[in-house]
Write a protein of this length. Structure first.
Length: 230
């Protein structure tokens, strides 16, 4: 009912990139999750080793259901590892765990972009939810004011995605340094972990472009609706 073909012009390319990124991370993870690492250590052991190497003692490590659901929660200082990583001695587990430990290191050292992202999260979630309602009302009643309010609220989600990208790239850089410094990878495994981390990074690039494309579409729609009323 509300579909506008013009939306494809703004959001379509980023959507295709997002689909490609999801396929790439799924295929890369699937490939290297079947390759054992040289030390035969699990994701849990990798997490403990890397946290200790960084002098971090207040982070809990837990298992969490799902596939590729690994994440670090700065609010509870908890590192949660998915079922396929927690007990897996795979090469993929090395990169994924090291990346999440990278976030723990960011938190431990007061990395400003991580603090900013954590502060923006509630606003971004609320803003994106309310923005969708306002966009629908704007198109339904043909009132640009609703669209502009939605644009303002949705901008928080775009800002969150913008801040997220450097946070994730920094965590991946820290991951590679930590794995090398701790002697947990050889040359071939480092190449494999880089492939896993690069595939994951592409998903965040796609998310940012999706948010920007969506925002630009609504701005264009609001401008067009405003001109039509005048």
């Amino acid at each position: 009912m509300f579909f506008d073909p013009l939306w494809l012009l703004f959001a379509g390319p980023a959507l295709l990139l997002a689909l490609f990124a999801q396929m790439r991370i799924s295929n890369t993870y699937g490939k290297y999750s079947k390759v054992g690492n040289m030390r035969g250590i699990t994701g849990l052991a990798v997490a403990k080793t890397l946290l200790a190497s960084q002098g971090i003692q207040d982070v809990k490590i837990e298992g969490t259901p799902g596939r590729l659901t690994d994440h670090y929660d700065p609010n509870t200082k908890t590192l949660r590892l998915s079922q396929g990583v927690y007990e897996s001695p795979s090469v993929a587990a090395l990169g994924i765990v090291a990346h999440e430990v990278g976030h723990a290191v960011q938190d431990h050292r007061g990395y400003l972009p991580l603090k900013l992202r954590s502060g923006l999260l509630p606003l971004a979630n609320l803003g994106s939810s309310l923005a969708i309602i306002l966009f629908i009302l704007g198109f339904l009643f043909r009132w640009a004011g609703f669209l502009w309010m939605g644009v303002f609220l949705f901008s928080a989600a775009v800002l969150f995605a913008l801040v997220t990208l450097p946070v994730e790239l920094n965590a991946s850089r820290r991951a590679r340094v930590m794995l090398s410094s701790a002697g947990l990878v050889n040359v071939q495994e480092m190449d494999a972990t880089k492939a896993v981390l690069s595939a994951a990074a592409l998903t965040y690039v796609a998310a940012l472009l999706q948010s920007v494309g969506q925002l630009m579409y609504f701005i264009f729609s609001a401008l067009g609706m405003g001109r039509n009323r005048n």
